[in-house]
Structure formats: C-alpha cells, structure tokens
Design a protein around this ligand. Structure first.
Ligand SMILES: Nc1ncnc2c1ncn2[C@@H]1O[C@H](COP(=O)(O)OP(=O)(O)OP(=O)(O)O)[C@@H](O)[C@H]1O
Length: 389
C-alpha cells in the first residue's frame, strides 16, 4: 500500500491521459471519448478501460504502450491494468461529431474510399417530370426496409422535397459549423438547399461557385452519420450542380427520370450523357406518368397513355448503346392523383397508399436500387480528370 500523500488521484491520471494522442486522429484520447473508466485501488494500481474506435484497430499496441507509459509517470502509481474495449456505434457517432465540429478542412464522407454509403443522384432532363416525387418515395420505401437513408435536395428551382416529407417549416439544428439534417417522421434525414437560405421565401440567384459551395456544405458540413443510402435530388438539366456533383462525388450513380413523351426523353438522354461525361454510372431509367388507369363502365380497365408511350424505353436503349453497358428501364410509374395528393400532404404514396399501382412500382424500383451491391462493377474508372471537362 502506498504511503499517505502519494496516493494518486483520478484527476492526476486523467491529466496524464490527456497527454496521450490517438495515433490516427492525432488528438488527445480524453477529448475523443476513448477513456471509458478509471479506477485506482488502495495499492496505487490504476485500472482503466480505453475504447478503440473500431475493433481490430491496427494501432492498439501503440495506444496500449502510450497510455501505460503516461499513467505510470503519475506520482504514486504502482501499476497499470489497461483493458481495451471498442466504441459502440453511438459512441463512434459522438466521436465523429467531435471531429466534424473541430475540423477546419471539409471532407465529404461519401467521397472517401472506405465509404459504405450508396449514393444515387436523381436526374431529369426537364422540370416537372416527377423527379422529386420519385426521390422521396424511393427514400421512404428504402427506409421502410430498415435502411438508413438521407436526402440532399439540391434542386435550386423546385426544392420541394421538405414539403413532400412534411418538414417544410423545419430548419436544421446547427452545432457550431456542423449542421444536423432534419429528421422526418419516417426516419429519413433530409437537407435542402432551401434550408441554407436565411428565409424560406427568399429568392437566391444561385450561380456556379455559390452553388458548388452549397453542394459541398450539404455533403460535408452536415453530420450524416452512417447512411446506407444517400439520394440527391438534382435540378433538371445538365447545369452547374451536375458538374459540381461529378467533381465532388464521381462515385455517385445516376437514375434518370423521364416521362413517356418524345421531347422529354430527348432531354433526359442529355442529362444521362452528362453524368457519363462526369464518369458517373447511369444505373437506370424511371419512366413517370406512364399511363392513367381508367375503369370503363363495364368494369374493365384501360391504360390511357396521356403523355404518349415509349420514352423510358427509348432513353434506356439509347444510353445503353451510347455507354456500352446495360442501362435498364427500372419501372413505369402510372399517373395517380393520390401520388400528387400524398406529396402535397407531406405523406408520399408509398406510405399513404402503399398498394396503389404507382406505389408498387416505386417499391420495386427501391428494392432494385437497395439491392445493388457495391464493387468495381458499379464504378466508372474514367481516365480523364473530371475537372478538365
Ligand atoms: N405519377 C404521378 N401521378 C400524379 N401526379 C404526379 C406524378 N408524378 C408527379 N406528380 C405531380 O407532378 C408535379 C411535379 O412533380 P415533381 O415536383 O416531383 O417533379 P420534378 O421533376 O421534381 O419537378 P421540378 O424539377 O420542377 O421540381 C407534382 O405536383 C407531383 O405531385
């Protein structure tokens, strides 16, 4: 037993631990929430648990050595019993928050090589074809399967996603320069370019560099946590946002939304080609407003092709031929007043009327996209640097 006066205190041990940096993060382990428990017994032996960020951390020996050395130096310490544990997902989320909050340099988590988040950009040639409706319904359908889903609404003309999800009036909480995405009732996290404006009704003339900053802010300054899927609602066309996205997230894959109309299909092909120029893979085409189901007086059903037919098929086959890989038609979503009503009411059709034909098709598309694995097969290995285009 140590003599009176030399018994170390927990504070002294904590102060010693504060001198130990995590070797990878290069910040004190005490700041990172890695020190779990500290106890000192009567004999002056320090029993402590240090949590590693991931199991099998390759640098655990270094941490073990540094912690033991630092604590041994505290006056009165007669021994160190160090146990290494692993952070829970929640503790890791807390750690990430600490990191993102204090970071000067911004990093897009989804652009990091180890990112496990699938990123789908939903694009269209022209406005009003239902791109936002498709985005929110796919998100909710995937969330319904238990996936962690985030949406970035980058549509500068429409930014209608928050209203469709019932969070039109919500503003994101900000912790220092870290922005928390707005959670919806169904657990989807959303951030909209409209939320970055000081006032909702404010008109902003988004220009290239400003748009680029806004996109990076929505990707890097928002604490997304661990997402399985991130969906981006792009503005229609082949403009600045598509270029910025291609530069910042070349690994994003693109879903093209079109209507059956010839004119819509033609511009949709251009949006798809733009994505390919930015080395993004086009994973498929969704045809929306394909037909209206009409019940005849005799009870039989008929498909009224209000906007013509064949647009989705045409975009899919043109892009397949152009890129040399299969760009499938993922689904044909019928016109359905309850799809519009659901969007207007903040309760999209896959939740409000999940068995409606339109909802079924959207569920199918969501299943297809959610089921696509990661890997080189899904990546474009372009040789031209994106910023030269
Ligand atoms: N299949 C459908 N049946 C009925 N209404 C639909 C369908 N798809 C979309 N709509 C309605 O059409 C309107 C335009 O849809 P939406 O806002 O999703 O299009 P968008 O392509 O995102 O447009 P923008 O790019 O201009 O924002 C909305 O009112 C939406 O509710």
């Amino acid at each position: 037993m140590s003599t009176p006066g030399t018994q170390p205190t927990v504070e002294q041990v904590q102060a010693a631990l504060a001198t130990v940096n995590d070797p990878e993060i290069k910040r004190p382990i005490t700041e990172l929430g890695m020190v779990d428990t500290v106890e000192i017994d009567e004999a002056g032996v320090v029993h402590l648990t240090v949590l590693l960020t991931v199991a099998g951390c390759p640098l655990k020996d270094t941490i073990n050595r540094d912690v033991t050395a630092a604590v041994t130096k505290v006056e009165g310490v007669t021994g160190v019993e160090l146990q290494l544990g692993v952070m829970t997902a929640e503790q890791r989320a807390g750690l990430k928050e600490v990191l993102a909050g204090g970071k000067a340099e911004r990093e897009i988590p989804f652009a990091q090589p180890g990112s496990l988040t699938k990123v789908y950009a939903i694009a269209s040639g022209k406005g009003g074809v239902g791109k936002s409706s498709v985005t929110v319904n796919l998100a909710l359908s995937m969330a319904g399967q238990g996936l962690r889903v985030g949406i970035v609404d980058a549509d500068i003309y429409g930014h209608s996603v928050p209203a469709m999800l019932g969070v039109a009036d919500s503003r994101p909480t900000q912790v220092d320069d870290l922005i928390m995405p707005v959670p919806t009732a169904s657990g989807v996290s959303v951030i909209s370019i409209g939320m970055l404006k000081p006032r909702r009704d404010q008109v902003v003339a988004w220009r290239g560099p400003m748009l680029d900053r806004a996109l990076v802010q929505m990707l890097a300054d928002v604490f997304w946590g661990d997402l399985d899927v991130l969906l981006l609602d792009l503005p229609p066309g082949t403009g600045d946002v598509a270029i910025s996205l291609g530069q910042h997230l070349p690994g994003a894959e693109v879903v093209v939304v079109t209507t059956p109309q010839e004119a819509a299909a033609e511009v949709a092909e251009r949006a798809g080609t733009m994505a390919s120029m930015m080395h993004q893979r086009v994973v498929g085409v969704v045809e929306n407003m394909s037909y209206l189901l009409h019940t005849n007086p005799d009870g039989s059903e008929q498909r009224l092709e209000v906007f013509g037919s064949g647009g989705g098929e045409r975009v899919a086959s043109t892009l397949s031929a152009r890129f040399g890989y299969d760009v499938p038609l993922l689904g044909q979503v019928p016109l359905d007043p309850s799809l519009r009503e659901g969007g207007d009411a903040g309760k999209p059709i896959v939740e409000s009327d999940p068995t409606a034909p339109a909802a079924r098709v959207l569920h199918e598309v969501a299943n297809t996209l959610a089921g696509r694995g990661r890997g080189l097969a899904g990546m474009q290995l372009g040789l031209t640097p994106a910023n030269r285009l």
